[in-house]
Write a protein that binds this ligand. Structure first.
Ligand code: COA
Length: 277
């Protein structure tokens, strides 16, 4: 289990985050393959779970490893996509450049040491109530899967069903707690707390467009932070794409930027990439 002492540097914090993902990602994907200390996951056409992660954290990455990574996705008609840790061995980015991979985005990883958090779960505004859902109730799991993904849809569209499938699986992970935000009796947003592997990860925060900019995400983050502290976990994580309100809300709640993970992929004939970021 992670202890606060073992998390004193950014590198410790990022390695804890990466290590947890290596455990959780295969549980969410329909297919996974361990490779050289990392993991390759796949979950259907265009899924955000189609990605390699954790490569290069144990040292230099060989040409054979990269060839196996590419072959895994090529055999499944999927673009090879990889999330690169800031602490990956430099040989990984050299290999990716040599093989024609291009930069696709940044995932910011925020962390919060929980000895800094007050325990009272307090909403940012008085009219936002945060409720924990009953994981034994299938309709609660469905509500979570819908709300935690709905905010990512473009106007007039729905998110791919595969997103809801991942959210449902996540909601049933051991030590996962699903929360909804309720305003005037209406569920308007959701977020999860994954408390496995000795840390808390705050995932899947999404708020209905009509209820944004009134503190709903902030209330969801604050309640889960307080719960993580109550569970005696030493650290909480959340991640965000650059520019999304999450980065500012997380910073205001005392999260620090522990590191950025760079995403690379390579297009190819007959290979399907991400349907949606
Ligand atoms: C990102 C997201 C969850 C934010 O939810 P939200 O409930 O609007 O977040 P908050 O209301 O707590 O904060 C958003 C902004 O409103 C401001 N705000 C909060 N309460 C407010 C109030 N009562 N009056 C005015 N502004 C307020 C916050 O300060 C923040 O301002 P900033 O963006 O200028 O920094 C939401 O936009 C969303 O669902 N997006 C799509 C899915 C997504 O990207 N999820 C995050 C994945 S990392």
């Amino acid at each position: 289990m992670s202890s606060a002492r073992a998390l004193s540097t950014f590198a410790d914090v990022m390695r804890t985050f990466e290590g947890k993902n290596r455990v959780i990602d295969p549980l969410l994907a329909s297919e996974s393959h361990a490779l050289d200390g990392g993991v390759l996951t796949l979950d259907g056409v265009g899924s955000f779970m189609n990605r390699a992660s954790g490569l290069g954290l144990g040292g230099a990455v060989s040409d054979t490893t990269l060839a196996s990574f590419e072959a895994f996705y090529a055999e499944r008609n999927t673009e090879p996509r990889i999330v690169v840790s800031p602490y990956a061995d430099p040989s990984l980015s050299e290999q990716l450049a040599a093989r024609g991979f291009t930069f696709r985005g940044i995932e910011q990883v925020y962390a919060h040491r929980l000895d800094d958090v007050t325990t009272a779960p307090r909403a940012a505004t008085d009219d936002v109530e945060i409720r924990r859902l009953d994981r034994d109730d299938p309709s609660s799991i469905e509500l979570y899967a819908r709300l935690a993904t709905a905010g990512f849809a473009e106007p007039g569209e729905e998110v791919p069903e595969s997103w809801r499938r991942v959210a449902r699986k996540r909601a049933l992970l051991p030590r996962f707690e699903a929360y909804v935000a309720v305003v005037s009796g209406e569920p308007v947003g959701a977020g999860g707390l994954c408390a496995t592997c000795g840390s808390a990860t705050l995932v899947g925060t999404s708020v209905a467009p009509a209820f944004r900019r009134r503190g709903v995400q902030t209330a969801l983050l604050r309640a889960r932070l307080a719960r993580a502290k109550q569970l005696a976990l030493p650290i909480a994580f959340t991640s965000a794409f650059a520019g999304v309100a999450t980065e500012r809300n997380a910073q205001r709640l005392g999260f620090f930027l522990a590191g950025v993970r760079l995403i690379f992929a390579r297009s190819g004939e007959g290979l399907v990439g991400l349907l949606r970021r």
